[in-house]
Design a protein around this ligand. Structure first.
Ligand SMILES: Nc1nc2c(ncn2[C@@H]2O[C@H](COP(=O)(O)O[C@H]3[C@@H](O)[C@H](n4cnc5c(=O)[nH]c(N)nc54)O[C@@H]3COP(=O)(O)O)[C@@H](O)[C@H]2O)c(=O)[nH]1
Length: 942
């Protein structure tokens, strides 16, 4: 299109030139032609006039000489004028021959002009009418074969005497041949001149006007399209590519390339046209240093190379390789910031004339602006994207985020994210723009704290509580942090991050509750009771008042637990706890110490006995039957009481003394309230003393065994012995088994002691075998803790192997309580013991919740009737019946029965009658030292 526009413009300009030249030259040409024509005509007129005059003279002389008309005709016919001119005489005398030719080369005297000869008649007519003059007219003589008419001239004059019209006629062009030649020459010259002028003007206009103009137009168009590219480019890459393309396609430059500078390195980012050829050739020439783009970047100025002297050969070789003979590079500047350079290769230096360079500079400036704008846009896009991301992060944050505006009189919320709504139940959209006080879900104290922290302009973390719109409570940690610049008054914006700590708080509260309260009963636990006791002591100390600490222990709870199971035991404990707490005054505290033991704190007592009525109420409340599974259970309790300040002035002492008193109540037969006394304290000291000494009893060899004979009921002969442990202390003397064995169990010393007993008893039994005492079975008591040790069967096997005693001669005495509870494990232990081959006896049978269902499951060999039944057999109670029933049932389960504590013959008799298999008791022998037992056994018994 540009090409056709270019040609059109050229054609128009050429036409204008032609017209102008013609307009300028035509008047001269026409004037010349007219002049020459006039000159030729005048010459013809003159010549014809001369001839006419000659003819007149000739006629006169001929007439004067008396010549005849024919002779005149002959003479005049010989006149030749030019190629075809002639002399004529027309008869102008009135008469028949008027208008007839008297002399004419082609007509005789008699020839008149015939009717068809219209032109000749008109010409002759005009001459006759005019009588004298010159007549010019167009004449075509077909007789001469003429195609076109020619101008003819006739000069004529009447010969008055003769009445003849004498004239001479001829074609004009036959008279002024020179003039015509001159005219034609002039026309040719003018045409040639005009053509040359048109050509010269065309060339001049083309070179001086059109080319620069077109060039300028091209660059303007390039600039325009460049601006379009600038406007429409979507990114920096598109912009630089587009500009390079525009320069090559619209600007007709050989190449365009853009190199950007990032502060460290120059990097070509876009190119069009033959830029690659140029760069390749530049590299091949090793002339990269001369690269105009790099030069423009390094000098920060325009680099214009249009002359071979402007740069080295390498550069020009590269330029030629790209078809260029001029190069230009513009630095791309964004203010003071150098962005890079635009390098353009042009086919001719003229393509980079001053006007073009000015426009290209403009393009380069626009490009730099465009790049900077794109970068700004890009930076803004990135910033917007980051902002959007941050917004989304805020929106999706699990923590609540508030932005508070502190400007103005009242702090305002300008933003609240959805997490705030989740936390508080208040619409986050409604909160945005509302005053801070709109956060009504946060409780008043929290809001006040929030206001105070914001007023103090301090970054802080607040613990806030509130109520969700659905009514549930919530807890949150609110971190306040100022953001942005504060104004002169310190006002600005504060971001509050609300971390929902409801779950954590509830969990901690639960943990705290668990740490302070008993999970089963909900009563304060030992720890909280300790704290409250300390506090109460403190208050009592200040007020000079008294307080009581009572340890309440349920009587025989273990039996309930063991026989009914833990679940029912728990039910009983919960109910007991409820009753104890219900019996107290306001301000009193009931706590569970563990197991079936409770502590009651009675503060603010005026007198030391003031607590007694309260404790009585506790006792009475528990005395009411407790329903479990529809069955009523009667629970009694033993209560030990210590008083502040009388029995101690610290929590530990008071608790210990109350505990001691409680034991005393137990010892006193249970279901009693016992107040701590100094005597109890002494006994406690004794216990502590024993405890201390017991720890070393085994290693110091202070323990020994005694053996109580067991006799066969039928024969009365000693059939075995029960090994009973004794402790003789050098200072304390003989310590009763019931004092130290339970203590050893409590202190965890029973393990090594029990093993020692087992080994010692087995060794002794084996020695007696060796001494010939026969196959005596040795019964060894196993403590509950010992029985629970998983390795017990293994230890028994090892000891039997060590001592050599046959397993069947060892009988392990277990208690009912050991067998209750973890039935599976118990069964397993019993099974393994039975596999060894030892005998198993159930000790103290009848004192617990004896269950024959259990007995059927367990591989028990012997039932040992508790001595309390044996003792009561004589007093007429139903003990004898119970004993008889036990014996009968045991036998039905194929168990042997041994009665212990047989002291009288009557007891022996009754037992014998009931079918008891074996007996043990003082009646047959007390627990005896080894030698004495050996003597008794050798003697055969009592
Ligand atoms: N785990 C262990 N327990 C043991 C061990 N040695 C003893 N004990 C247990 O200590 C409790 C008290 O025993 P002890 O003072 O030795 O009393 C026993 C007998 O002396 C006593 N007994 C025997 N016959 C009579 C009698 O006719 N009248 C009467 N008043 N008392 C008598 O009974 C005790 C034996 O009881 P038991 O074991 O139930 O057969 C006691 O519970 C022992 O079990 C030991 O080494 N380990």
């Amino acid at each position: 299109m540009a090409e056709s526009a270019h040609l059109g413009l050229r054609a128009k300009l050429s036409a204008i030139v032609v017209v102008v030249v013609l307009l300028v030259m035509l008047p001269f040409v026409l004037a010349g032609v007219a002049f020459l024509d006039r000159q030729g005509r005048e010459e013809a007129e003159r010549e014809l006039g001369t001839i006419d005059a000659l003819v007149h003279d000739l006629v006169d002389s001929h007439r004067a000489a008396g010549g005849d008309l024919d002779g005149l005709r002959r003479r005049l016919s010989g006149f030749a004028i030019g190629d075809s001119g002639y002399v004529f005489i027309i008869d102008a005398n009135p008469g028949a021959n008027y208008g007839h030719f008297i002399v004419h080369p082609d007509r005789g005297a008699a020839d008149a002009l015939h009717a068809g000869d219209v032109l000749s008649r008109a010409v002759v007519g005009r001459m006759l009418a005019q009588r004298e003059g010159v007549l010019s007219y167009a004449w075509r003589n077909p007789e001469l074969g003429e195609e076109q008419a020619r101008r003819k001239l006739a000069v004529f004059r009447i010969h008055e005497e003769l009445g003849w019209l004498i004239g001479a006629s001829g074609y004009e062009d036959e008279f002024n041949r020179t003039s015509i030649a001159s005219r034609n020459g002039m026309v040719v010259a003018v045409v040639v001149m005009a053509a040359l002028l048109v050509l010269a003007l065309n060339l001049a206009i083309g070179g001086l006007v059109i080319e620069p103009m077109l060039r300028l137009q091209r660059i303007l168009r390039t600039l325009s399209r460049g601006n379009e590219t600038l406007v429409h480019a979507e990114d920096e890459a598109g912009l630089v590519d587009g500009i390079c393309r525009v320069l090559v396609e619209s600007g007709r430059f050989r190449f365009a390339r853009i190199a950007l500078f990032d502060g460290l390195a120059v990097r070509d980012v876009a190119a069009a046209g033959r830029a690659a050829d140029f760069c390749r050739a530049l590299a091949a020439q090793g002339a990269e240093d001369e690269d105009p783009a790099r030069l423009a970047i390094s000098v920060r100025r325009l680099v214009h190379l249009a002359d071979p002297t402007d740069a080295g050969k390498g550069l020009w070789a590269a330029a030629r390789a790209a078809g260029c003979s001029a190069l230009i590079a513009f630095p791309l500047m964004d203010g003071e910031r150098l962005l890079g350079a635009l390098c353009i290769g042009a086919a001719s230096p003229a393509d980079l004339d001053a006007a073009g360079v000015a426009l290209l500079r403009e393009l380069a400036e626009d490009l730099a602006f465009g790049i900077a704008s794109q970068r700004t846009v890009q930076a803004r896009r990135l910033a917007e994207a980051a902002l959007h991301l941050r917004e989304r992060a805020l929106e999706s944050s699990s923590d609540g985020v508030l932005i508070v505006d502190l400007h103005g009189d009242e702090a305002r919320l300008i933003y609240a994210n959805p997490a705030v709504e989740r936390l508080t139940g208040q619409s986050h959209e409604a909160l945005a723009g509302a005053p801070l006080s709109a956060l009504s879900s946060i409780d008043a104290a929290g809001r006040a704290e929030l206001h105070a922290a914001l007023a103090a302009r301090r970054d802080t973390v607040l613990e806030l509580t509130g109520r969700h719109a659905d009514g549930s409570g919530f807890w949150c940690e609110c971190s306040l942090a100022r953001v942005g610049e504060a104004d002169a008054d310190g006002d600005g914006y504060v971001v509050g991050v609300l971390k929902d700590v409801t779950e954590r708080t509830l969990y901690l509260r639960q943990i705290e509750h668990q740490a302070k309260y008993d999970a089963l009963t909900g009563l304060p636990n030992r720890s909280l009771m300790g704290d409250r006791l300390e506090q109460a002591i403190h208050v009592a100390h200040r007020h000079g008042s008294a307080l009581a600490v009572a340890v309440v222990d349920l009587d025989h709870f273990k039996l309930v637990n063991d026989n009914l199971g833990h679940t029912q035991g728990d039910v009983l404990l919960r109910e007991a706890a409820r009753r104890i707490a219900g019996a107290l005054r306001e301000g009193d505290t009931a706590a569970r110490q563990g197991g079936d033991e409770f502590v009651v704190l009675l503060p603010d007592l005026i007198g030391e006995q003031d607590g007694y009525p309260v404790l009585r109420r506790v006792q009475q409340a528990l005395a009411e039957p407790i329903l479990i599974d529809g069955r009523g259970f009667y629970v009694t309790c033993s209560i030990g009481v210590s008083l502040y300040p009388r029995d101690g002035d610290d929590a530990e002492t008071l608790l210990r003394n109350a505990d001691m008193a409680m034991y005393r109540a137990k010892e006193a037969g249970r279901d009693a309230i016992s107040f701590f006394t100094a005597e109890m304290d002494r006994q406690m000291q004794d216990r502590l003393d024993i405890e201390q000494e017991l720890r070393h009893a085994l290693e110091r060899g202070e323990l020994h065994l005694v053996y109580q004979p067991q006799v066969d009921a039928d024969s009365g002969r000693v059939c075995g012995a029960e090994a009973l442990l004794r402790w003789r202390h050098p200072r304390l003397g003989q310590v009763a088994p019931l004092r130290f064995i339970p203590l050893a169990e409590e202190l965890g010393l029973i393990g090594p002691i029990g093993e020692w007993v087992l080994r010692e008893a087995c060794a002794q039994a084996q020695r007696w075998r060796a001494q010939g005492l026969g196959e005596l079975r040795i019964a060894v008591n196993v403590s509950a803790r010992q029985f629970r040790e998983p390795d017990l069967p293994g230890r028994v096997v090892a000891i039997l192997a060590e001592t050599g005693l046959p397993p069947r001669l060892l009988e392990l005495e277990l208690t009912e309580s050991m067998l209750m509870g973890a039935v599976g494990r118990t069964e397993e232990t019993l099974r393994r013991l039975k596999q060894i081959g030892v005998e198993l006896a159930l000790d103290d049978f009848g004192t617990g919740y004896s269950s024959f269902a259990y007995l059927r499951r367990f591989p028990i060999d012997t039932l040992k009737i508790d001595q309390s039944f044996v003792r009561d057999m004589e007093d007429g109670s139903n003990a004898a019946s119970i004993v008889a029933a036990i014996i009968a049932m045991a036998h039905s389960l194929h168990m042997r029965v041994i009665a212990e504590g047989v002291e009288s013959v009557e007891q022996q008799r009754q037992l014998y009658e009931h079918g008891c298999d074996q007996m043990q008791g003082y009646l047959f022998g007390r627990p005896l030292p080894t030698d004495e037992f050996a003597e008794l056994a050798t003697a055969g018994g009592r």
